[in-house]
Design a protein around this ligand. Sequence first.
Ligand code: 3HC
Length: 297
Amino acid sequence: MAIKKVGVLGCGLMGSGIAQVSAMAGYDVVVLEAEQKAIDKGFSGIEKSLGKLSEKPVEKGGITAQQKDAARARLKGTLNKQDLADCDIIIEAIIENVDIKKTMYADLDGIVKKDCIFATNTSSISVTELMAATKRPERFIGLHFFNPVPLMKLVEVVRTIATAPDVFETAVEFGKSVGKVPVRTSDKTGFIVNRLLVPYLLDAIRAYEEGIGSISDIDNAMKLGCGYPMGPFTLLDFVGLDTTYYITHVMFDEFKERRFASPALLKRMVLAGWYGRKSGNGFYNYADPNSPKENRF
Ligand code: 3HC
């Protein structure tokens, strides 16, 4: 099946990134949001990212000024679901709320073409549960991208027991076409990356609670000792503590294992509204975003 037009639901961090890489790959892209100001915010992030990429040499992953303009011209924001009617694939990247997602899919089911593929970028909600709310179970898949989407090379392609093999392969090829390396996986909570990453991040918090080292020392240890691009606390703040806390609930509910349970400190930070980089405070304080200061608990 040839994909020409991509619909993206949500213009937040993930939705705008997915829209951007799709437009850069030559697809026509329409992004649906509930409010114009969300589109404006997402598109200004895309503009910044395209700007950074166009300053980089092409051989180092950069783009030319013409490619930047062409990508921008292929992107359209809309508040009207009808504008997604002729999309070949729709990738949902809205809030991690099962009911809101199900309602969105149910609305779109009656609007889009019969053979349109539905994809979800969810990191933790069951793809099968979302699929079951649609009239196209065989055309439903997970496409899990990573933040920041324009830079991270991975996409997890997730099949359910109902996904048609040709739809799965189309999704794998789509992932490659937007410059990602697809890995094939099935609908088990957390897929591959979060299954391994989340216990590691939670263990870092527990180790800190036990006094093994300071936040910056634990970060430096993992960065410099293991070659990770970010230490666990920098990454937690980057992913969002609210997002991580939500994921722990879904994963603990599925596996009932302590390694997926939220440490007390993570819960307290989320209750206090300390969500990490996006809220200005987390394991680090971002009053000066260029020079974050570690917190002590
Ligand atoms: N678009 C385009 N360019 C960008 C960009 C963006 N969104 N963000 C950063 N850049 C550019 C910078 O301008 C910089 O360019 P330069 O080399 O020309 O100066 C270059 O990319 C490198 O950026 P930085 O110097 O700021 O920082 P790093 O070298 O540390 O790279 C990083 C940034 C790629 C984010 C790197 O730190 C990294 O790989 N971190 C780990 C991220 C990660 O693990 N993400 C996955 C999170 S888990 C997830 O998403 C799953 C969810 O379900 C929880």
